[in-house]
Design a protein around this ligand. Structure first.
Ligand SMILES: [Zn+2]
Length: 474
């Protein structure tokens, strides 16, 4: 049975692929995208929802790891909170059909197995709850030592304990064995997604370039080799796609959320909700604000010494870029006023990478979530019988293109709800796009003579790709 394996390594930078021997082999004997990008914000759960649907965060409504919805904070890493979000959204978590549902409609099946948060795993296939394919997460849930949907899959796994063998990679070991011993032979998915969460955790705590981070690259790589060997021993025609949810950067300073709130105009502080997302900040209105009030809030945020590129709703504040350009928020009902990246360059050209405090207020060595190139750039490697051999491309690609390409790999049409394109230049028999070149497109927003933000987009094959935004300020 031909099948497709999608592997997502949380927080893997494109520049770290050469440190992973197996992944390097896959890239050399397959197709490698040099200019692949995350969705924005460059965060885990927005990426998971976009990989699940082929729709941008503005459409999925998963615009952060942490959101504000229905008057309360939502941590999208927790299945219970996603269930609450689902109920707030009329009993449907994501408003567009998922790849899994599309496959299911054609008698095929997607199974997602993850060692990141169980919420992240669920977002890869939320319809598993309704019996479309399955999700299996490696963290405890209720009475179980793991999370699994639907019930018939869960009951098969009772007694299994992901972290039992100990060590930072024991859950990944469990996931690899589970896929090879149970999921492939017994559930028989057409598309299998493996999400590895270990590297991101280690990099947040230790930073990139740290001994622990460097070790993790090798540890994860050897497990991916084991998985691919076992799957290809069974199904030699398996296509493999490897990518990441976002890049990564080391923090130069920490911004406290309480300090962030202190910049807001006192008269409006009760009406604004700031939601901390590590390298990015989401600014929500808790009630409908007048145009003058929106301007006052955004002007205060832009003036704060930690703020970098700011994508905002329509406003009269100079220096802001448009959220609509980022396609990060089409949901006018969610109250999102702005997405603020905490990274900027000062007058000397020195980069300041601010990260908010997360994880119970502990200081993090590194993170992501900003619009910087470091956080936005991701690896994308495609290897297998459907792809070209030894091909490196500078054509743009992002998360939205992955589900559309998987549809083509399994022989299904691409549903109109998917806004990505099929990466036909990567295909062995592909003919499309080979003579078209991407068109660069810059948007500049000036706050004043010494403070400007530039956003870099590329247009290609009917799509607009967001590459990065940077702010230079005094
Ligand atoms: Zn992270």
């Amino acid at each position: 049975m031909a099948s497709t394996l999608l592997i997502v390594i949380d927080g893997l930078r494109a520049t770290d692929v050469p440190k992973m021997p197996f992944l390097t082999e896959l890239a050399r004997s397959g197709v490698s995208y040099r200019e692949a990008r995350s969705v924005a914000p460059s965060l885990t759960r927005p990426a998971a929802a976009s990989l699940a649907t082929g729709a941008p965060p503005g459409t999925t409504g998963i615009t952060g790891n942490h959101l504000w919805a229905g008057g309360q904070p939502i941590d999208t890493g927790r299945p219970h909170q996603l269930a609450l979000l689902r109920s707030l959204r009329g009993n449907r978590l994501l408003p567009v059909p998922t790849l899994s549902e599309h496959l299911s409609g054609h008698s095929r099946r997607l199974v997602a197995v993850g060692t990141g948060s169980n919420g992240c795993t669920l977002l890869l296939n939320p319809a598993a709850v309704d019996g479309h394919g399955a999700v299996i997460g490696a963290h405890p849930f209720g009475e179980d030592a793991f999370y699994a949907q639907p019930e018939d899959v869960r009951s098969q796994l009772v007694g299994s304990t992901p972290g039992a063998s100990g060590g930072p990679f024991s859950e990944l070991d469990w996931a690899v064995d589970l896929i090879a011993d149970y999921v492939m032979p017994e559930v028989g998915p057409d598309v299998l997604v493996l999400w590895s969460g270990e590297l991101d955790d280690i990099q947040h705590d230790n930073g990139i370039g740290s001994p622990a981070g460097e070790d993790a690259l090798g540890e994860i790589d050897s497990r991916l080799r084991r998985l691919a060997d076992r799957i290809r021993a069974r199904s030699p025609h398996t296509d493999i796609i490897v990518t990441a949810d976002h890049g990564f950067s080391n923090a130069t300073h920490t911004v406290d959320v309480a300090d962030m709130a202190s910049v807001l105009p006192a008269s409006l502080s009760e009406d604004i909700q700031l939601v901390d997302n590590n390298g990015g900040l989401l600014v929500y209105a808790r009630r409908r604000l007048s145009a003058e009030e929106v301007d006052a809030v955004l002007d205060a945020v832009m003036s704060a010494d930690w703020s970098g590129p700011t994508f905002a709703v329509d406003c009269a504040v100079p220096g802001t870029l448009s959220l609509a350009d980022l396609r990060s928020s089409n949901r006018s009902d969610d109250g999102l006023l702005a997405y603020v990246s905490l990274t900027y360059r000062d007058r000397n050209g020195d980069q300041h990478v601010g990260h908010s405090t997360q994880r119970n207020g502990t200081h993090l060595a590194g993170g992501h979530g900003s619009t910087s190139s470091a956080d936005m750039r991701i690896p994308l490697v495609l290897n297998g019988p459907s792809f070209r051999i030894g091909h490196e491309t500078h054509l743009p690609a992002d998360h939205l293109d992955v589900p559309a390409t998987i549809c083509r790999l399994v022989g299904l049409p691409v549903p109109p709800s998917m806004s990505g394109r099929v990466l036909s230049e990567a295909r062995l028999r592909g003919t499309g796009n080979t003579c078209e070149t991407p068109k660069d497109h810059h948007v500049v927003a000036e706050r004043n003579a010494t403070d400007e933000t530039m956003a870099h987009f590329q247009e290609f094959s009917g799509r607009q790709y967001f590459l990065w935004a940077e702010r230079s300020r005094p």
